[in-house]
Structures are given as C-alpha cells and as structure tokens.
Write a protein that binds this ligand. Structure first.
Ligand SMILES: [Zn+2]
Length: 286
C-alpha cells in the first residue's frame, strides 16, 4: 500500500471507530465510556452502578426517562467530545463548559450525566506521583448525579439548597455501603471530621436558601457545605429511610406547600430542625 493510501485508510478508520461504547444497560439507564477509559476504572464504575441498582430496587425507584451516564476520559478533549455527542452542544460551548466543570454535570432535561473522570495519583516523598487504583473512583460523582436525576424525575419543584444537595450526598454514602466499601456511619464520621477541621462553618439557615448562587458562593469560600448537607439529611432520615425523601419529592410535585411537605415527610418543622442542627454543628466545631 502506498503511503498516501495508508493515510487515507487510517483517516477513515479513525472516523468510524466510535469514541464511546456502552458497557452496561438496565431499566433505569445506560453507562457509556470513552474508549480510552481503562478496564480497571470501568470495573470501579460498574461497582457504583451495581450499588445504585440495588438501592433503586430497595426503594422501588422507577424512572420514566432512563439516564445516560457518560464517563469521559482524563483529558479536556474527551469531555468536550462527550458534551458534543451527548449534550448536542457546539464545540465552542463545550470548550467553554470544560473550563468550569471539575467532576461532572447533570442535565435533567436530557436525562444525562457526564462524568469527568480523574485518575487517583499517589504522591511520593520526592514530589512525583504515580497512578493508583482507587476502588471509590466510581462513587465520587456518579451516585450523587444520578440522585439529582431521580429528584428531577419525581419533582421539578426545587427544594432549599441543603435539601437539593444533601440527599445526593447521603445517597452516595449509601451506595458506598451497598458496595461493601465503607459503612454509612463511617462516612458520617469522616464528614464530621471535615466540619471539625473547617476554618469556619455557616449558619444552617444560610443553607436553606432557594437561591443556588448562595450555595455556590459558600462552597467557593471553602465552607464544608456538602458535608453539612449530608449530615443534615442523615440526621433527618438515618441510613435506611430514603422513602421519606421520596415522599417529600412527591408532596412537592403534588403542589404541597414546602414547609407542610417537610413536616409530613420528616415529622419536624424545618425551622426547629435547622436550630437543632446549628447546635450539633457548633458542638462539633467548637
Ligand atoms: Zn449536586
């Protein structure tokens, strides 16, 4: 084969080799990888999927729109490709988005979760690093983002910030336990440690805003808001009471007043609960 023909053939092959392949498909969704994702990482993500699948069965979660979960490779170009193929955006929009996104994103309108996979590296004393297998890598973003999708399919009515972000975090803790990686109570202890170590913590009422910008600004100021929201949700429903969260979503969906829905679902007034949680956090943080 002459050189020029080889180049042309190679070019065609590149066009026809799909960049993404489906690895798992179930009733509630499918998992797609960039072909450059390693088999070890795929195994780790499959553990997260299996755990989520078990929890969906346990809590009888039924989704009307199956979720497409895309795991992009460890480079900006792979994430840009994923956005273009699955979120149907232009290259310019994807290139802009990739600058802001660290772990992934969830688009309820398209039932789409895109995860920006980052391999775990171990630092050496010489200041270099090497790749290590991290059995938790599939759990960093996937269960959290999947729970946002569940929430949005049950109800499009927004809850206050900590109730938007707390259940996805607790769901992640539950998925880690279901996979046999770490018990919920141990995840709770780790979250408590992070709060003890935090320079400052906000008042829980600051987490009870409907304005998501307030939440983002607190997170950017390095307040441990995700840990706080996880612990608040844990205090509310324990590690085995997610049907209460689902009931809350259903009440919101049916047009119930949010404060009334909160009392009905969780058996406590939100203002009282926030005051109790302030006491709890202040004791931890003292
Ligand atoms: Zn979130």
């Amino acid at each position: 084969m002459n050189k020029r023909l080889t180049v042309i053939v190679a070019g065609f092959l590149l066009i026809f080799i799909p960049a993404f392949g489906t690895a798992w498909e179930g009733s509630w969704g499918k998992l797609v990888y960039d072909t450059e994702v390693s088999s070890q990482t795929k195994e780790n993500f499959q553990k997260a999927i299996d755990a989520v699948d078990k929890l969906f069965t346990k809590y009888k979660i039924v989704l009307s729109n199956p979720i497409t979960m895309v795991v992009a490779g460890n480079d900006a170009e792979s994430y840009i490709r994923a956005l273009m193929v699955y979120a149907h955006v232009s290259r310019a929009v994807a290139e802009d988005a990739v600058k802001r996104i660290t772990m992934g994103q969830s688009d309820p309108k398209q039932s789409l979760v895109i995860i920006r996979y980052t391999p775990t590296r171990q630092l050496t004393s010489q200041g270099t690093s090497y790749l290590v297998n991290n059995p938790e890598e599939g759990f960093f973003a996937l269960p959290h983002e999947v729970w946002h999708q569940v929430k949005n399919q049950y109800s499009r009515v927004s809850a206050v910030n900590w109730l938007q972000e707390g259940p996805p975090e607790l769901f992640k803790f539950m998925a880690l336990e279901t996979a046999g990686i770490r018990r919920v109570t141990d995840s709770v202890q780790l979250a408590e440690q992070s709060i003890r170590r935090a320079a400052e913590i906000p008042d829980t009422r600051q987490l009870a805003s409907y304005d998501y910008k307030t939440w983002q600004s607190l997170a950017q100021q390095k307040y441990p808001v995700y840990y706080m929201a996880a612990l608040m949700t844990y205090r509310l429903v324990g590690d085995n009471g997610f049907e209460k969260v689902i009931l809350f979503y259903q009440l919101l969906h049916n047009g119930s007043d949010p404060d009334k829905a909160f009392i009905t679902a969780f058996g406590v007034q939100m203002s009282d609960f926030l005051a109790d949680m302030n006491d709890y956090f202040n004791k931890l943080h003292r």
